[in-house]
Design a protein around this ligand. Structure first.
Ligand SMILES: [Zn+2]
Length: 454
């Protein structure tokens, strides 16, 4: 693993951002838990996404659909037959590997949209050059496609439930498509409009790698925008710019972002771009912004027998809405932010997260933990601030160590209550990025922090 990546993984564990799932049982592959600070960071990401995609838009509404859906959903969407990754097994060490990733590693283009035959042929042609990343041998089984949907027996009490499984959703957007008509009929929306939702999705990933980048249980932030056939591509360009700007607004450095255009489109797609981020392991997909034509609602109309046409109230034109989508991941944004914010300066590690994303906004310290009058005054400050800002209390060790500890988790402001505070009601405010300290009046503290966080 890359050196920087290793440092991020270690920081995440050490400081309560990310824990391996079920660690006391030896872990559970490709599943992670968010620790106390990770939960704060993820919540902040989701809040900012929701604000940008729902509250700041009068043309988009929110939704929270269930994880379980009628199994026909996944037949209509094509997931039951086509949602599969190409798998090979190393005959020497029995590692299961993704053939498209192995090809990618030797710069041969292949992707999951190719048929089993197509990708098997490319794989066979390049077999000699491909080495097992685990053991270095070059001896693989025949390539096979493996379906990614996770099955369950929900609501099925028979022994052979596998014959008619229900699925844990493989993506959140299907819940949006199924509620298109409900939203249209219950809300005062007209095309173009969007539906946004955040939620868990599940995929039987063959090889889960790169920490929280690719996991079997993950959280998506998706927005589907319903358009007329004439305007979808113009809306698509607007959405691309809007989503790009969101990452810049999170504080991600623009040089670490780039567009990747899909050359090999699925048959119904009109255009597809990904926003990629320069992770420690290279540029990889952060979000997909895709123009999907009218495929999704056409399929669900066909499989359900329910008419999903839209009639334009002015022109009376009738059509199946075209969809443009934005599909981002909480875990990927989380990792991109940590990677972008991680920096080492002299002898300190600083997580330069934008203050609005930082798990804690303010840390409050009494200069000395064994002076009751300092502790009481610091408690008073903490109590006044905590209803408005996420605050943390620390009275361990010396002030230098406390600063170091807060820098590492990205806390933008540290407040120290000392003997002067008892005399004149001022305290020291220390800035994470500059390490500069200023003397501030307690009465002006709230307004000042509010202004700094804005
Ligand atoms: Zn091997």
């Amino acid at each position: 693993m890359d050196d920087k990546m290793q440092k991020i993984v270690s920081l995440c564990k050490r400081r309560g951002f990310v824990f391996p799932s079920s660690e006391i049982y030896g872990g559970f592959a490709a599943v992670y838990d968010l620790g106390p600070l990770g939960a704060e960071l993820a919540n902040n990401i989701k809040q900012q996404w929701w604000k940008s995609m729902v509250y700041l838009r009068d043309d988009i509404v929110g939704l929270d659909s269930a994880i379980f859906m009628h199994p026909k959903t996944w037949e209509a969407s094509g997931h039951v037959s086509g949602f599969a990754d190409p798998l090979v097994e190393c005959k020497n060490c029995h590692s299961r590997l993704r053939a498209d990733h192995l090809l990618e590693d030797i710069d041969v283009q292949a992707d999951e949209k190719m048929s089993e035959e197509e990708i098997a042929e490319i794989f066979d042609k390049n077999k000699q050059k491909i080495k097992c990343p685990q053991c270095g041998k070059s001896d693989f089984t025949k390539l096979k496609k493996f379906n990614l949907l996770v099955k369950s027996n929900l609501g099925n009490f028979t022994e052979d439930w596998q014959k008619a499984p229900v699925y844990l959703r493989g993506e959140t957007c299907q819940g949006i498509y199924l509620n298109y008509l409900n939203v249209l009929n219950s809300m005062r929306v007209k095309i173009p409009f969007g539906i946004a939702q955040i939620g868990k999705a599940f995929r039987n990933e063959i090889t889960a790698r790169q920490f929280v980048y690719r996991t079997r249980e993950f959280e998506q932030m998706e927005m589907q925008y319903f358009c007329s056939p004439q305007t979808d591509m113009a809306e698509y360009e607007k959405l691309r710019q809007y989503r790009w700007q969101w990452y810049l607004d999170l504080g991600i450095k623009e040089e670490n972002l780039k567009w990747h255009k899909h050359e090999n489109l699925v048959f119904y797609a009109k255009e597809a771009y990904d926003i990629e981020y320069n992770f420690p392991f290279g540029f990889k997909e952060l979000e997909g912004v895709h123009a999907r034509g009218n495929y999704d609602l056409t399929q669900h109309s066909k499989f359900s027998g329910v008419e999903l046409d839209y009639t334009d109230p002015e022109t009376k034109e009738k059509y199946i809405p075209h969809i443009i989508e934005s599909s981002a991941g909480v875990g990927r944004t989380f990792l991109a932010l940590l990677s972008d914010a991680y920096s080492e300066e002299n002898d300190r590690v600083v997580l330069k997260l934008k203050p609005s994303l930082a798990p804690y906004k303010v840390a409050v310290f009494p200069l000395l933990a064994n002076k009751p009058e300092l502790v009481a005054k610091a408690r008073e400050v903490f109590e006044t601030l905590k209803s408005e800002f996420v605050c943390v209390w620390d009275d361990r060790g010396n002030i230098g160590k406390r600063y170091y500890s807060q820098d590492e988790i990205g806390t933008p402001y540290c407040l120290t209550i000392d003997f002067d505070t008892l005399e004149n009601d001022t305290l020291t405010l220390r800035d994470r990025d500059t390490a500069k300290q200023e003397r501030v009046e307690i009465g002006e503290l709230k307004a000042l922090i509010r202004e700094k966080l804005a």
